[in-house]
Design a protein around this ligand. Sequence first.
Ligand code: GDL
Length: 467
Amino acid sequence: MNTPADDTFLSGVIEGFYGVPWTLPERRELLSWMKAWGLNTYVYGPKDDVHHRTLWREPYPQDDAEELRSRIESCRNHGVRFWYALGPGLDIRFSSDSDRAALRGRIRQLLDLGCRDFCLLFDDIPDVMDPGDRQRWGSFAAAQCDVVNDVYRWTLTRNPQSRFLFCPTPYCGRMALRELGGPDYLGVVGRELDPAIGVFWTGPEIISREITVEHVRELESVLRRPVVIWDNLQANDYDGHRFFCGPYSGRPPALRGAVSGILLNPNTEFPLNFVPFRTFVDYLRSDGSWNPRAAYRAAMAEWLPHFETVAAPLKLDDLMLLGDCYYLPYEDGDAAVELWAVTQRLISKPRSDWGADLQAFESLSGRLRDTCVRMTELRRRPLFHALNRRIWELREELDLLARFVRHRSDPALDTVPFESDFHRPQTYRGGLVARLQGLLQAHPDGSFTPSPEAAAAGRPGISQNSP
Ligand code: GDL
């Protein structure tokens, strides 16, 4: 089986998310972890490095180029392969000689800076083709393969050791099913992309809850090569309310033998990624008995020292409670499951049926609120800054619920409507985005219907701007 020590199996991190790219000190910390943990691959492809996509044709200015050079060197010193990713897909004209020259120009600049390995990404781009390109190649896939093969072969003349990875326009099962990029896109890639070039794949979905061996084997037969998993499990760029510090999970250990690499594209906020990385490393090293929850517990204990405070030490149980609330996209941690169940019962049942739930709620939500407050005491300020907005929101909701439950628990207030002085209309859950979110109701099967609020909002006499 492939292991991280085996350089042919790519294991590591892809900085491939939207939002603020990681800072130099953050990348340094990442490299020291990667070295210690035996991860061999770092892909540089932040969507919002303006030279990665929008200005893909322009060379990096001198200062940025020097920064890249030092990053490449630092990877080499840590035994990590640096891959540079370029995303020309927003507006490339495949038949344009000058666009091909621009691609080669960028590769040349990076080769000069010491980079050897490259990714060409065609994810998240308009699914429309220039009419001239369409006439010449007939399909997106054929045009992309032609350009990528061309640049790859040119690069080999400069550096025969160079390796390439390609991200297709449909890069997950759902997109392939919807024929994003055109019919038989992946079949064309399988036949026409140089067999030495690897192909990225995120699994059945962009954010895949599970990736099975059968799934990737099926793809391998179409793409004629095992895929490299671009794993968005703990990416959070698509949701400003959440982050994910739950364990790497939903991928059986046998997956490692069925792909040619796994790279994590994690939370945009670097300080929140310790547990995702640490548990990923455990997964890579595990034998058949991989247990994500046990790995999470162990990784949280290792993460705890990052939460050194200027006051009393934080307890592991409290950190786990907070972590359980920001676990995985499709799964809450145990304590969050319990908190949700207890709270939901309290809100929906009459006081006479509460039993032990009131006490359980007060104890759990109280501890959680205190833990959120304690984050303000962290010595590592970037960690606090990364957490702050999310846990502020959690505190607000817990506080409101606690007030509501207290009100409900008092028979003398049965006929008094509940209000909170700290949760006032429009400053609390206010703004256009919140109102837009209220218009459509999302259902567990993925469908949407107009929400009851949508109808109410249209009724005369209900003005969003009235105080
Ligand atoms: C994507 C983007 C990625 C982003 C992620 C999560 C790929 C190949 N591309 O679709 O840049 O971070 O979703 O939002 O995954």
